[in-house]
Every structure is written in C-alpha cells, then in structure tokens.
Design a protein. Sequence first.
Length: 561
Amino acid sequence: MSTEPVDAEAPVRLGPLGRFVQRWRRSIQVKVVSTALVVGTVLLLVLGGYLSGSIRDGVFDQRLEEVLLDSARTAQQAQLTFDTSTAATSTQVQLLLNDMLPKLRSSGTSSREVVLLRTEAAQVAPSIVDITTAQSLIPLISDELRAAVVRGEGQLWQSVAIPTAAGSGPGIAVGSLVEVPLAGPFELYFVYSLAAEQDTLGFIQSVLLVGAAALIAILVVITYVSTRQVVRPVQRAALSAERLAEGHLGERLAVRGSDEMATLGRSFNEMAASLQRQIEQMEALSAVQQRFVSDVSHELRTPLTTIRMAAEMINGARDEFDPVVRRSAELLSLQLDRFESLLADLLEISRFDAGAATLDAEHRDVRDIVDRAVDNAVVLAGAKGVFLSVDYEDTPARADVDPVRLERIVRNLLVNAIEHAEDGPVEVTVASDAHAVAVHVRDFGVGMTAEAASRVFDRFWRADPARARTTGGTGLGLAISLEDARLHGGWLEAWGRPGEGAAFRLTLPRRAGIRLVTSPVPLVPESAEPRDPEHHDPSSAPGGFGAASVPVLTDGDEEES
C-alpha cells in the first residue's frame, strides 16, 4: 500500500459531445432548451411529413382526374374521326394516322406524348405501322397495361418515370382501344408529364421546411428567454447559498417585483439573516465558553500551586500520621496530580478551540519518538500485566513532525490500549512508504461496538460510564490526540469489535503539503476476519493537509490493501 502526493490533477479533455453532456447535466436552462428543441423538431417533422404527404396526394389525385378526363375526351374525338373517315386504302389510313398524331398530342395549353400501337388482332397492311411522338416512351408502357387494354377493360392508367436530360421525372400513362379503318383495333396511349406538379410540390416542401426551421428557432428563443427569467434568479440564489456556506454571512439576494421568484428571494434573505444571527450568537457563546474555560484553568493554577505545596508538606510527614490520615494524604497527592493533568489538558483544548495551537515541526525519525513513548508506558504495562511488543521496519521512518505532540499522541494511544487490554498483549507497529508514516496500536481486550468506535474521540466520553479511570486519565487524551493529528495534516482512525480488541492508526505525511490517499499499514488487523463481504478502507477518501479526517471502521469492515 502507498500514498500518492497530489500536486495538480491532470485536466480531463472532453470532446464537443462530452462538453455538451457535462453542461446539460449541470444546467437546467440547457436541459429545457435542448428538450424543447428535440421535441419541437420531432413534432414539426411529423406534422411536416403529414402535410407534405397530404399535399402530394391531393395534387396527384387532382391531376390524375384531369388527365383521365382529358384522355377520355381525346380518345372519343379520335374514334369519331376514324369512324367518319373516307380512307379506302392502307396508304390513306397511314396518312390519316400521321395527320392525327399532332392533334392527339395537343391538350389545351399543355402537351402530351402519344403512342399508337398495333394489336395482335389487328389486320394491318405492311404500309400501316406504329407511330409515336417519342420512341423512348414505348418501353415505359408495361406489358400488364397493354394486356389489360387489349382485353378491352376500358380506360386504364399507370405511373411511369419519363426520361429527361437530368434523369427522369414523374408521369402518367393512360391507355384505351380505338378502331382504325381497314386496320382494326389499335392501342392508344397518352403519356402526361407531372414535372410541373413535382416543381410545385418541391416549392411547397421547401416553404414548409423553411417555416419549420423558423418555428424551431422561435421556439428555442422563446424557451431560452422564458427559462432565463426563471433560471437566473435560481443561479443567483445558488451562488449566494455557496457564499453563505463559505462563511460570507452578509450575502443577500437583490429582490425586484412581487412574483414567485421575488418571494423566493425575500424568503432566502430572511433565512440568511436568521442564520447569520444564530451563527453569531453561537460564535459569541462559543467564544465566551472558550474564554471561560481558559480563564478558569489559568485562575485555578494559583490556588492549585498553594494546595500542592501544602499537600507535599502533609504527604512528606504522612509517616507520623495514623493509617487513616496517612491514606488520605496519599489520595490527596494522587488526585492533585490528576487535577493538574486535567488543567493542562483543558488549557491545550482551549488553545485548539481558539486556533492558537502551533506546530514546531522537525525532520525526525518517528521510531525514536515511539521508543520514548513505549519506554514511558512500560511501567504501566508491567503494573497491569500487559505484554507490550513493538514492530519496526529496518529503514528510518523520517517525517516532518512535532516531537512533543507526536509523543503525546502515541502515549495516549498506548495508555488507552493498556487500560482496555484486559491482561492481553498490546502490539505497536511503525510502517512507512515514500509519502507517509503510520503508527498502529492494537490491543486484544474488550474491544468496541460500532457506537463506541464512532464516538471514541469525543471529549470526556467513555464507552462504559461506570468504568473507573484507574490510570488517572482526564477523558481528553484521545480528543487532544485527534487535534494533534489534524495539526500535522494526518489521520487518526479507530477500529473495534466487541471481544476482539481495538486498533488505532495514526498516519502522518512525510512532508507538508502531501495529501494522504492511503496508509502504509492496514487499520483492520489481519487476524480480524471480516463479517461483511462489502468492506472498504476509509483512508482512501480524499483528505487535505491541515484537515484530518477521522474515519472509523466498525464490525465487518476491512481495509483495502
């Protein structure tokens, strides 16, 4: 396991789509405008497709009706001409057909193409041939249409693609039978071009497309302006809330009008003013309490010194007293020692609360400082019957630390472990890596519940209120240790399990400015099997220099390695 120094995070480069998605997630206005754009586009596409299809079908049906009426009328006129013709030879019939072809092609102000084809049943002389205004049109007439026309099913039509210089264009072919003198039945086909209608339909579709684009643009503008009127006050409120959270208690919103957003602004300002008053009252009360604790602690030192002198005189002459008085003198001396320790801890806590605590850092080997703390705890461990073992690495574990504060942290952890070891061993481990140094203290005593582990660093808190402090503790040792760890920019963490003991881990950065990510030594002992498969290492959470986190692992948790 190792720690990583965090100097600067490499920026993540996002593409246009990634930037849009990121902004879409963060901005209500972008969400509303983009949603309106997508919904509006889909609706206009559906409506435009429906309108375009309806117009196309209407134009085609109207033109088809005109074509059928025109071709039927022309076919009747052609048949009347054939019926009244006096042609008596095949040459005269061919001349008649040739003369009628231009007349059949003409259709009012427009033109159409004409095809006259012989049927198999026609008795055609060799001099009578098929005629057409355009040879390229003959392949357009399908065999199915010719067969139906030959069967005499009346006037029939089909859609065709008329060849043009640009490719092909839409058209309609209408066929019917006519009787030609001396030749019998001929197939008469009229081919009408729909290019004009196609151009009209294209113009209408382009107009619809331009209108849809204009409507979408208008929709986006309206949505943007409308949402801006709502979002801008919300953005200002969010910015003011962030500044309030940063400690700018005088931050207020500018309120204009009497609408709902103005009501929101006034409510926000009232809330901010109330919050400011409460915080100022709490700060004033906290300052009074801190000053009171500090003043009382200082004032008690003078009478305590006098009482100490008197107690030392009484304790020095205790051999001359009877056993009851001699015991009282010994108890007086012991309690005075505890009272002095309590006053010293109260003064130290008051300095932390006032922000006056300073760090006198030196580049030292943490193993030497732990050695001194262990030497001081050996006597207490022997008196309690606790076996104290220390495990060091061969390489120096050097770091920028305050020796006095670090020794106090380790001493407090050792005293706490010995007091709760219940005649079991206490193990101390010192480990290091390139960026951090850790001190791990483990006992195998009564352990801690989840609630106890979460409150073990509270001031004057004890897991068992009925349990006496046989070692003379003040109830502030772990709280002061936590503040010392924070002052170093490190972590102080606790783990416990009832009946299996407890463990404390102190992790300190080797150099100021290093942000701890993981610790060189696991918090959860390897002998403690996890009861929950979902386990984690709280030390992996980000923590900056000067703001130590206090994650607590309880029953079932295990550190990541």
